[in-house]
Every structure is written in C-alpha cells, then in structure tokens.
Design a protein around this ligand. Structure first.
Ligand code: CTP
Ligand code: MG
Length: 392
C-alpha cells in the first residue's frame, strides 16, 4: 500500500474569524475544529501519518492531542505564512512518505470519500486537488464597490477551452512533486495561497477532482453555523421509548393525535395516546432528560384528558432548552385492531408538525400480536419508538 502522510498547517492567527479566539480551538459538538480535522485523517485507512504545524503558543496543546490521535507523529512550529508552515511540516514528514496530502486544519468536515479521491488522483497523475466549478456569475469589483468587469466563467473556444473553479484541500502530491514545488517557495513567497500554486509555478501539471460543498473552510464567523449544521449528524444521539395502555369501552381512541372510532379507547390520565407517549420517551431518552412520567405526572390535575400532542410540543421545548433538536422518529404500534394504515399519513403529519421536522423524518408503523398476549387479547395496546436528536 502506498505510504500516505497528511501535512496539516494549523499555525494561522484566524484573523478574519475573531482575533481573540483561535478558530481551530472553537468546539463543535464538544470537539475542537482541529480535532475534527485530525480525526478525518486518523480514521482514514489509507493515511499512515499526520504532521501538524502549530503556532508556538499552542504547541504543547497540540502535542497533548497525540495521546488521542496515534497517527499524529510530529508537531512542528509553524511559520509566518501558510506556505512556510507547510514547508516546515514537509521537512518533518517521514522519509518513507510516497503521497503527501496538505490539508487546512480549518476544514474540519472533509469526508473520507474526498480524501480517497485525492489519494487516487495523486497516485494516478502525481498532483491533484479538489475543486468545485463556479456556478455563480463572477465580477471583478474595485475598492469603491464599482464593477469593473464580468469575468467569464467558461470559454468553450476550440483552442482555449477553460472553466473557473474554486479549490479546496486536501491537495495531494507524489512526494518528489511537492518537494519540487516547495523549492519555489523562497522565490514566490507570499504570493501563493495554496500548494497547487507553487506546483504550477514549478511547471508541474496538477489535475482537479470533485471537491465537496460541505468541505467548508472556517474563515469568517458565519462559516461556523454551516459547519455546525454539516457536522451535527456526526454527533447525533438516539433514545428508545416504550409505553402500554389498557383498552376500555366508552373511551375515545386517540393514536398519533388522530381520534379513531373503534368502540373502545385507551385508558389513562391524559388522552392515553400510547404512540405519542412512546415518542416523547424516546426523545427525552435521547437527551437523557428523564421520561414522560417525570415531566407530566399523572397525579397532576392539569394533565387530565390533555391531548398528548401538547406533551410532545413541550418535550420539544425541553429538548431545545438543553440544546437539542429532534431529527427523526420511528415508531411501531402493537395493536390487534384497528388497521392503522388509513390514519398513518395524518399521524405522521401531526408528529412532524409539532416537532417542526420534515414529514419524511417521521415513520409510524403497526403490527398485530397474532392474537397472543395482552395485545392479542385486545386488552391493551403498546408502542415502541426510537428517536434521534441533533445539537441545535
Ligand atoms: N496557516 C498556518 N500558518 C500560517 C497561516 C495559516 O499554518 N502562518 C494555516 C491555518 O491555521 C489554516 C490554514 O493555514 O488551517 C488555512 O489558512 P486560513 O484559513 O487563512 O487561516 P488563518 O490564516 O488562520 O486565518 P486568517 O487568514 O483569517 O488570519
Ligand atoms: Mg490566512
């Protein structure tokens, strides 16, 4: 297998983000941005080693991460510019490296698939970077916000066909190519903002492979919202809920907030909507915030005959106060009768509306108990639910 080493410049000052907080140490889902970036390479099966260039102040802090990230073999002091930081990491890379990937520590959402594409491209062509074709119209604007010209996005002429792309990292190079590129550093110095730029200046042919819109670089404060949204599913939590209610005559049957004429209904302090109760418990369980009995006690007169959809709405508020949003819900009702299919869409819509999530994120199913047990004897109904929540 090819020896792949990741070089990670992490010595910037992050001035466009916020001059007081170092953007690489901002936590997303309890893990610093730098930790997310490191974990992408730590967990990638084709990456053998990682070298980080960190600013002097944070050297000890980054070195402490070596206990957690075993592929992080070396941490070196960075330089004044990004390119100087990369050069220092390059000089410290293991001599056995065949492919070098240079990745901005400020791009924490890089995917396994993207890293694979770049490694494949570097093996095949010697130098390759991820890029996205520009779809918006591009203008050149002067210091007083006046448009100077519209930059053509593409030219499809016979001899000079080209398109505009924005580029990302990781940028991948065969080892000799990156060394040759960085031999040009002293000459080009501050003019280059990416590694490919140096390679191009050295006359090395660089190919592009498909980048990913989610591979956002944390540059300005607004980028943090995007990254939280992108990374959120990676630290989602799940919970399970279960509830049972006895059936009795002369009670309305309410399931999933839908009143069904059935001749018998579920008995309980509230409207006894067993389906919604199980969903409430799954959501509360995911956030480790107790259960429905704790939040809505059945000896509280205020809860008598209350529609359970109101409980669900309050569960959502409880979650949000704790920093969570519901993401999806799946429930299975155990009932000998009635058939749930005709009401399923309405039940799903009720739950989705109260939770403020997509209808496609709510699944409600039902099964009989084949005439066995208390469900089979029509003495009661039960419901299992599972729910996933994501940080706000
Ligand atoms: N970088 C570095 N050494 C430098 C400058 C930048 O290692 N002297 C790193 C940054 O830490 C970042 C990557 O290069 O991971 C991309 O740079 P950028 O996003 O511009 O980060 P900063 O330079 O920190 O931010 P700013 O330009 O807003 O100050
Ligand atoms: Mg910078």
């Amino acid at each position: 297998m090819t020896e792949v080493t990741a070089l990670m410049p992490a010595a910037g000052r992050g001035e466009r983000f916020d001059s007081r907080t170092n953007k690489l140490w901002v936590e997303i889902g309890g893990r610093p941005v730098l930790g997310w970036s490191l974990s992408a390479f730590e967990n990638h099966p084709r990456v053998r080693a990682i070298v980080v260039a960190a600013d002097e102040d944070n050297l000890p802090r980054v070195r402490r991460l070596q206990a957690q990230f075993h592929k992080l073999i070396t941490v070196v002091p960075g330089g004044r510019t990004r390119a100087e930081s990369v050069k220092r990491a390059l000089d410290a890379a293991p001599g056995s490296s065949e492919i070098l990937l240079v990745h901005d520590a400020a791009r924490p959402a890089v995917s396994t698939g993207l890293i694979d594409r770049v490694i494949d491209g570097a093996e095949r062509w010697g130098a390759c970077i991820p890029a996205l074709p520009i779809s918006d119209t591009v203008k050149r604007v002067d210091g007083s916000n006046t448009i100077l010209e519209t930059v053509p996005r593409e030219i499809a002429a016979e001899k000079i066909a080209w398109r505009l792309f924005t580029v990302q990292t990781p940028q991948g190079f065969r080892c000799d190519r990156l060394h040759r590129a960085y031999d040009h550093l002293l000459r080009l110095g501050g003019q280059v903002t990416d590694d490919s730029g140096l390679a191009e200046a050295a006359g090395i042919e660089v190919k592009v492979v498909a980048g990913e819109p989610n591979n956002v670089k944390l540059t300005n404060p607004a980028d943090l919202n995007d990254l939280v949204r992108i990374l959120a599913p990676r630290w989602a939590r799940s919970g399970i809920g279960y509830d049972v209610h006895r059936l009795g005559a002369d009670r309305p049957l309410v399931l999933g907030g839908v009143t069904i004429s059935h001749g018998a209904g579920l008995i309980g302090h509230s409207d006894a909507d067993v389906l919604i109760h199980a969903i409430c418990d799954a959501l509360l369980g995911a956030a480790a915030l107790g259960d429905i009995g704790y939040h809505f006690p059945d000896d509280d007169e205020a809860n008598r005959n209350r529609p359970s959809l109101e409980f669900l709405g309050e569960v959502k508020t409880i979650l949000q106060k704790a920093g969570w949003n519901p993401h999806n819900v799946d429930a299975t009702l155990l009932a000998e009768a009635p058939k749930v299919a005709p009401y399923r869409a309405e039940m799903q819509r009720n739950v989705a509306q109260v939770l403020g999530i997509d209808e496609g994120c709510v699944s409600i199913k039902a099964t009989t108990s084949e005439k066995m047990g208390f469900v089979g004897r029509r003495e009661g109904m039960a419901c299992w639910a599972i729910a996933t929540i994501i940080p706000i």
